[in-house]
Design a protein around this ligand. Structure first.
Ligand code: NI
Length: 463
């Protein structure tokens, strides 16, 4: 048994494998889960890194877009503001002298000023920082940290697009007010120019070829349509242009008529042997009639075969149309001296036109002759009155010898005045409303003829 027991005491080679297994089992029991845990930890970390990278990329991308959108927003606001400023400046310039400065143009000027400041302010893009947090690997064997990342975000622009929009809106609002005021202004002016043009067409149609009237005719048609459409529909720029066309063509048609009349009458005078370029011509002119005594003057002039020029007041013509007619029948020239003798320079445009046109109508109705010369009462004339006269077909004629007959009321002194002051080409001012002036005429005619003068109507002497 002992031997068997002894032999049983040496099982060492068989016990070793048992410890190895145990060791292997232990190693396995510990190592396998550790290995698995290691793999899992590695994968989790890889995911964390990927998520971190993705977050950095996403935030970076968003930050870039925030800058781009801030820049775009500012740029488009700036474009709109520039457009508003350009349009506002044009409206401001165009409206000069056309609309009230204080109420209408000043607000636009100040809106433009403010808008200019906003535009010229250097743009800034304020930023904020967004942080991607740091991430630390928890694995004690593989310490690792992904750093914190700060990324700058653009928080809009300064000035903000809303500030640019507000400045542009202020300019546009002020500009609209100016435009509306210009419309009203242009409407009124177009209306009066249209009246002038239409009146000219009525007067000139019987005397002037259709072709010559075409520009004015078309302009009147367009202007009447524009006026019929009302103030709000009016394009003020077009209205300004159209008004110029109306007035310029009215003026040039009348000026053309005047030039033709003067040419024809001078040619006719030359055919009668009178050429004031070489002869000593003088024109006797009589203002303020016709009155009853004008008939006496006509008899004197007829006896002397002396032509004269009569600047008639329209209200006197309306009172004594027969005498006006007798003046024309006597071979004299009839001209316009306003309706009731005001100082034309003190009347507004409508008032001046009314004075001239009523007189034209009265004379034309009484005599069949449409005057083409105007002597403004008191010789009171300026560029405005001259232009208004031209646009109703009248050329302004003053005088070179003032007999002062209305003051002296003395035939002898009136005669003496002419004798001492007359020069070749003189236009002599007298008044047929004063009997003493009529009394002076025979002596004046004798003196002038004795001195070699030729008596003519005033149209042969106007420049
Ligand atoms: Ni007068």
């Amino acid at each position: 048994m002992s031997s068997s027991a002894g032999s049983a005491e040496t099982p060492t080679p068989r016990r070793r494998p048992r410890w190895w297994w145990i060791t292997a089992a232990v190693v396995l029991a510990i190592g396998a889960p550790a290995g698995v845990a290691g793999i899992l930890e590695h994968r989790a970390w890889a995911k964390t890194v990927a998520a971190y990278d993705a977050e950095v990329a996403r935030v970076t991308d968003e930050a870039e877009r925030s800058r781009a959108s801030a820049e775009d927003g500012y740029a488009s606001g700036l474009d709109a503001l520039n457009d508003a400023i350009d349009a506002g400046r044009r409206a401001y310039g165009d409206s000069k002298g056309q609309v009230a400065d204080d109420e209408v143009r000043k607000p636009l000027a100040s809106a433009l000023d403010d808008a200019g400041h906003v535009r010229d302010t250097e743009v800034g893009y304020p930023v904020t920082t967004r942080t991607v947090d740091r991430v630390t690997r928890s694995n004690p064997f593989r310490r690792e940290t992904l750093p914190e990342v700060d990324i700058e975000f653009v928080k809009g622009a300064v000035p903000a697009p809303a500030d640019l929009d507000a400045a542009a809106a202020d300019v546009t609002e002020a500009r609209d007010a100016v435009t509306q005021a210009r419309r009203k202004w242009a409407f009124g002016r177009l209306r009066s120019a249209t009246t002038e043009g239409a009146d000219a067409l009525d007067s000139l149609r019987p005397q002037v070829g259709k072709e010559s009237l075409k520009t004015l005719d078309d302009a009147v048609t367009e202007a009447e349509a524009a006026l019929a459409a009302g103030t709000d529909a009016l394009d003020p720029d077009r209205a300004v242009t159209l008004r110029h066309t109306l007035l310029d063509s009215t003026e040039s048609l009348w000026a053309g008529r005047l030039a033709r009349i003067l040419t024809e009458r001078r040619a006719a005078a030359r055919a009668d042997g009178i050429d004031c370029r070489t002869a000593k011509c003088v024109a006797l002119t009589f203002d303020d009639g016709p009155v009853t005594d004008t008939r006496r003057l006509l008899r004197v002039l007829d006896r002397e075969h002396a032509p004269a020029t009569f600047f008639m007041a329209g209200d006197n013509v309306a009172r004594q149309p027969d005498i006006a007619r007798a003046v024309v029948d006597g071979g004299h020239l009839v001209a316009n001296h306003s309706w009731d003798h005001p100082q034309l320079t003190k009347l507004d445009d409508v008032g001046v036109r009314d004075e001239l046109l009523r007189t034209q109508a009265a004379i034309t109705e009484a005599t069949g002759f449409m005057p083409f010369l105007l002597r403004p009462p008191y010789g009171a004339v300026d560029d405005r009155v001259r232009t208004l006269a031209t646009r109703v077909g009248l050329d302004v004629v003053l005088w070179t010898v003032d007999t002062d007959d209305w003051r002296t009321r003395d035939a002898a002194r009136t005669r003496m005045r002419v004798r001492t002051e007359v020069r070749p080409g003189s236009i002599v001012l007298m008044h047929d409303i004063h009997p003493s002036s009529i009394d002076a005429v025979p002596g004046i005619v004798d003196d002038l003829r004795a001195a070699g003068y030729v008596l003519v109507t005033a149209d042969l002497l106007v420049q």
